[in-house]
Design a protein around this ligand. Sequence first.
Ligand code: SAM
Ligand code: SF4
Length: 322
Amino acid sequence: MRDGFGRTIDYLRLSVTDRCSLRCIYCMPEDGVRWLEHTEILRYEDILRLLRIFAALGVKKIKITGGEPLVRKGVAGLIGEIKAIAGIQQVTLTTNGVALKDQLPDLLKAGIDGVNLSLDTLDRARFAEITRRDALPQVLQGLEAAWSAPGLNLKINCVAQAGRASDWVALAGLAKDHNLAVRFIEPMPIGLGGDLETCTETDIRAALEAAYGALAPFNKTLGNGPAKYFSLPDFQGKIGFISAVSHQFCDQCNRVRLTATGYLKTCLQYDVGADLRPLLAGSDEALQAAIQAAIQNKPQAHRFSEKTVENREAHIMSQIGG
Ligand code: SAM
Ligand code: SF4
């Protein structure tokens, strides 16, 4: 399926809940938010119906997100059913890792293709500061379980915060002895992310090169998105950068998002798209037409650097899915 600017849209980020076991400072307020009622969240059968329509329109890859997707009961079962939809080639999950160790066996049985683990530091006190929960030991157990799972594509996503070179260097070190990708994400000014003191890819690269040597560009594709990858001398894994702010990549955008309430969101920055939930009472044809119309009108690019932007997204990241 192509959007109004000729971009192929084949990747959907599916949020299954707005709830979370952590309270990351750039994502959720300390007191949480008003959680959605269970009745406001799409039922699994509705999600599967919508995904069959998306798949018929050309979506091939699904990322399960949240809130924290592993807090919703039965996510592994949902993944197994999504894997069985004709046309879906890949189902992956992004998680904070707190419940990963316990749930990984079921996720693997369901056929999960990859896991992105969000982790910003290996320092326990610093982790508690960022996430407002003392949960690093559980997350590390999840990480170890994931890197021991044969064939599982594992990526670590670090939202890079200014002046935290020791965190970046320690995290990158995980790719030395393990075949995984450690990716550094520039904080985006969405929701609470706008309050964060930012740093850029250039700052992070300088810190990593001082610690480990020159980063060499790695030109093969490793994922579905805009990350650029590099190798380091004697490293098994790769280092990646997702720099939406300093290196805008909207011209290659391949994705749309479906929120836990059934809103099809066509660009991270704007509150534009289509509310599919009311249409669930009608036909598949009407849903398909609404999806096509929303994708046709997908915005051309974000304007993160501008202060006043029409239709700017007012939701926080945990309500959108990242
Ligand atoms: N709870 C899961 C997790 O943390 O992976 C899934 C949802 S979380 C909203 C998805 C991703 O968005 C995480 O990797 C998180 O670090 C990232 N994220 C949240 N707020 C962000 C921001 N303001 N800028 C950049 N990334 C952000
Ligand atoms: Fe939860 Fe993920 Fe947001 Fe952190 S980034 S508060 S783990 S949803």
